[in-house]
Design a protein around this ligand. Structure first.
Ligand code: IPD
Ligand code: CA
Ligand code: CA
Length: 263
């Protein structure tokens, strides 16, 4: 087994185990804390993250770790860095809404090379390695063949910053998408939105204020499934820059133009 195979095997096992930790807390939470007015964190986030970091450090002590609930990034010494969201979809989780997941990615030189996302309620495990394809429950996935925005289903997310000057232009873009497409979805998990683009369940997804752990795994899936990920200007996606548009590739330029050329 090479470096990547070993890391993939551990990432898949730990994602499943972290998913089991989340399930133990689901619908049985003793409250939550606020990182901001609407940015929540619970004991489920913290327990799953502690478990993931402990396991990954045990097997790969020289690898770096960047995790949502841990303030200081650790870039490690091996060149490999794990990027972890122990619970993507915390707001759903806190409200007993079943759409959430664990997301793990391995990056090298800032580029995601492994993605593993596990949605425990659905028992769906997405995984992918750059150059080796993307899978859902071991079945290869590919993006949709939709060639026009007119027949597309598009998703996005809303930022935790709810200032009017941020929300108003965003909602105007949402309106444009609603008018131009089959529909718009805001399901509450960026990582699953990216999985769903890769699996052809959504034709595109964009978001304007995400963190690396929200999208790193998804970039691997979407690109390996035949799709395209860029920033909002059509340049290669940098997971640390906060802006992403992921699509089946066919409608990418049309969506970019609708969202950002027309202002
Ligand atoms: C959030 C979710 C949400 C997205 C936000 C993310 P969290 O992550 O992915 O769908 O719109 O941008 O921060 O806080 O549930 O881990
Ligand atoms: Ca997240
Ligand atoms: Ca999270």
């Amino acid at each position: 087994m090479d470096d990547i195979d070993v890391r993939m095997e551990v990432a898949v096992r730990t994602a499943r185990e972290a998913g089991a930790i989340l399930l133990r807390f689901f619908r049985d939470l003793n409250g939550y804390e606020r990182k901001g007015r609407v940015n929540l964190v619970s004991e489920a986030d913290k327990s799953a993250e502690a478990f993931l970091i402990r396991e990954l450090r045990h097997y790969f002590p020289a690898d770096g770790v960047i995790a949502e609930e841990t303030e200081q990034p650790d870039w490690g010494q091996s060149g490999f860095v794990w990027v972890i969201d122990p619970l993507d979809g915390t707001t759903n989780f806190v409200h007993c809404h079943p759409h959430f997941c664990v997301s793990i990615s391995l990056i090298k030189d800032g580029v995601p090379i492994i993605g593993v996302v596990y949605a425990p309620i659905y028992d769906e495990l997405f995984c992918g390695v750059r150059g080796r394809g993307a899978y859902c429950n071991e079945v290869p996935i590919s993006v949709s063949q939709t060639t026009s925005l007119y027949t597309a289903l598009i998703a996005s997310g809303f930022p935790y910053n709810r200032e009017v000057d941020v929300l108003a232009p965003l909602l105007e873009r949402v309106q444009r998408v609603l008018q131009a497409s089959h529909g718009f979805r805001r399901a509450g998990s960026a990582a699953l939105d990216m999985c769903y683009v890769a699996a052809g369940r959504l034709d595109a997804y964009w978001e304007e204020d995400v963190r690396a752990w929200d999208v790193a795994a998804g970039v691997v899936f979407v690109e390996e499934a035949g799709g395209r990920c860029t920033d909002l200007n059509g340049r290669p996606c940098d997971i640390f820059k906060g802006k992403v548009i992921a699509s089946n590739s066919h409608i990418h330029d049309e969506l970019l133009a609708l969202l950002f050329d027309s202002q």
